[in-house]
Design a protein around this ligand. Structure first.
Ligand SMILES: Cc1cc2nc3c(=O)[nH]c(=O)nc-3n(C[C@H](O)[C@H](O)[C@H](O)COP(=O)(O)OP(=O)(O)OC[C@H]3O[C@@H](n4cnc5c(N)ncnc54)[C@H](O)[C@@H]3O)c2cc1C
Length: 509
């Protein structure tokens, strides 16, 4: 591992996974004088924060919005420390989401809360009370910022008191909204269109918490949930570069099969090629299930941890159908999360009848397509077991992917007449694709699904009985996402520094 004489004296850390959490742990490890070596199974950094090229088009598999894109959020500092945002243009779109009905009505979830309130009142004056209570709370949340600096595991009495003071003005709205799901909220509306339109994006995820939805709107309103131009892979590459500049080492195409343990202490890793690598500390920023039950053979778990993997809901596995279209789609509104439109004639896609489809038109990032052309992506909640079974027969798997792309194009014709003749590229990523490239359990691309219960949960970054070992990333941060990934990498090093009686330091390039 590259290091100066002074750094060579530091402890060595082995990090499993070069996703955002692993790269973050690597950056902060180097900032604090540890020798760090990342082992990544893929040949590129980023994990699920990724993109891929097909026929001159770039298919972005991740970032819609980045909390901390501007200084309006505490997360911005973290992104600066890991070199992710410097010199990177961010786009703040005016619309979060559009929901279109069959009879021509459209709900536009504007990023600006005043505009959103006015629009909702125009659509449903009879629901003025419900609308105003909602927008009042979102306005309040625009003044709230998550404390991210210090690992909660290290909180002392003063930190708790300080956090209590920060939370105080938000306690009432948090209590009021934290138990409510978006579907429950939608049901409060008398207006039939809004009742249906608000629930449409969460139809497969009825427990999605209202608080998460409201915080999203608050961040977008504050213009600190922007889209980094160029998308996910350049973003991940920038953090990789920061890690390398800090003197970190990284080995790609290096899949860890076992974590080596001696006397209940993690001492290194064994790769699938049989080589063993020793370190003083091991941080796994890879999939949680594989880490706990395969790499460590399930030897360091208690009932609580087992319970997570037996009972908690996972993010629904995702099927992404990406198309390269010879059309600039200048007249189509740009949205953070896409356009959900109803299908006058329902279409069977991926073995299920679909009455609606959500499409994202990447007409706001010209770097993803040749001039005058656009990437269009349809994301569908899918069935992991179905695709896992199909994958056993490569010909059937390929044929099913082709069929799925055909079905999606047929459905898109209803919203964009003529689109089928403009398709230049088609690519289908299934839940098994996610599993194959990133190792995420059952293709759950974002770990634990956020619910009222999991959002309040704090998962331990250590395992019972195992010393010199930490976990980072979306499997210890329910709800997942890029900000928790970078934060948990940072926190794991903070906890390690505390254990080593070192002052945790950071730097910004
Ligand atoms: C379609 C999509 C849209 C998203 N949109 C957003 C968004 O708009 N905003 C947002 O904040 N978040 C978004 N996310 C979520 C976000 O991308 C993830 O939560 C985050 O990137 C997870 O990072 P991680 O480092 O915890 O995990 P991962 O990215 O899964 O990283 C784990 C790494 O470990 C490696 N690995 C696994 N097993 C091994 C092994 N045995 N040996 C070596 N290496 C191994 C993997 O290859 C991977 O690189 C989205 C995700 C997806 C898929």
């Amino acid at each position: 591992m590259p290091n100066s004489g002074e750094r060579a004296a530091g402890k060595s850390i082995i990090i499993i996974g070069a996703g955002i959490a692993g790269l973050s742990a690597g950056c902060y490890g180097r900032m604090n004088g540890y020798r760090t070596q990342i082992f990544e199974r893929h040949n590129i950094p980023g994990g699920v924060c990724t993109a891929w090229q097909r026929k001159g088009y770039t298919i972005d598999g991740c970032i819609h919005w980045l909390v901390g894109s501007s200084p309006g959020s505490n997360f911005h500092r973290l992104w600066q420390e890991v070199g992710a945002v410097q010199g990177r243009p961010m786009i703040d779109l005016e619309e979060y989401l559009r929901v279109e009905s069959e009879d021509g009505q459209t709900l536009i979830l504007y990023a600006n809360i005043d505009r959103l309130e006015q629009h909702l009142l125009e659509l449903a004056p009879e629901d003025a009370r419900t609308i105003k209570a909602f927008t009042r709370a979102v306005r309040r949340f625009t003044r709230f910022d998550l404390p991210v600096d210090k690992a909660p595991e290290l909180y002392g009495l003063t930190d708790r008191m300080r956090q209590g003071v920060i939370m105080l003005p938000f306690l009432r709205p948090f209590l009021k909204w934290s138990k409510l799901s978006v579907r429950d909220f939608a049901e409060r509306f008398r207006n039939p269109f809004l009742r249906e339109a608000l629930a449409a994006p969460v139809v497969d995820a009825p427990e999605f918490p209202m608080i998460a939805f409201m915080m999203t709107l608050a961040w977008l309103h504050n213009k600190t949930g922007g889209y980094p131009l160029g998308g996910s892979l350049p973003f991940a590459r920038a953090i990789e570069q920061r890690y390398l500049d800090l003197g970190g080492a990284i080995q790609y195409s290096a899949r860890v099969s076992k974590i080596l343990v001696e006397n209940d202490r993690a001492v290194g890793v064994k790769l699938t090629d049989g080589t063993e690598h020793r370190g003083d500390v091991v941080i796994s920023a890879a999939d949680g299930h594989t880490t706990i039950f395969d790499m460590l053979d399930g030897r360091y778990v208690d009932e609580k941890i087992k319970g997570y993997y037996e009972n908690l809901t996972l993010f629904p596995p995702l099927l992404l159908v990406a198309l390269g279209i010879a059309n600039s789609f200048e007249d189509v509104p740009s949205t953070v999360s896409g356009i959900s439109f109803s299908l006058a004639s329902p279409v069977v896609i991926d073995g299920k009848e679909r009455k609606r489809l959500a499409v994202k038109v990447y007409n706001f990032d010209p770097s993803l397509a040749p001039p005058g052309k656009t990437v269009v992506i349809v994301g569908l909640n899918s069935d992991y077991d179905r695709w896992k079974q199909l994958r056993e027969d490569p010909d059937r798997y390929r044929a099913e992917k082709e069929k799925t792309a055909d079905q999606v194009i047929v459905a898109l014709e209803q919203r964009f007449p003529g689109i089928s003749s403009q398709v230049e590229m088609r690519d289908v990523a299934t839940p098994v694709t996610w599993e194959r490239y990133t190792g995420n359990w059952r293709g759950s691309y974002e770990g634990w699904f956020p619910t009222a219960k999991t959002m309040r949960m704090r998962m331990s970054k250590t395992l019972p009985g195992l010393d010199s070992f930490y976990m980072a990333g979306q499997w210890v941060e329910p709800g997942g996402g890029l900000p928790p990934a970078v934060m948990s990498g940072r926190h794991s090093i903070q906890i390690l520094c505390k254990k080593d009686k070192k002052r945790f330091v950071t730097s910004t390039p």
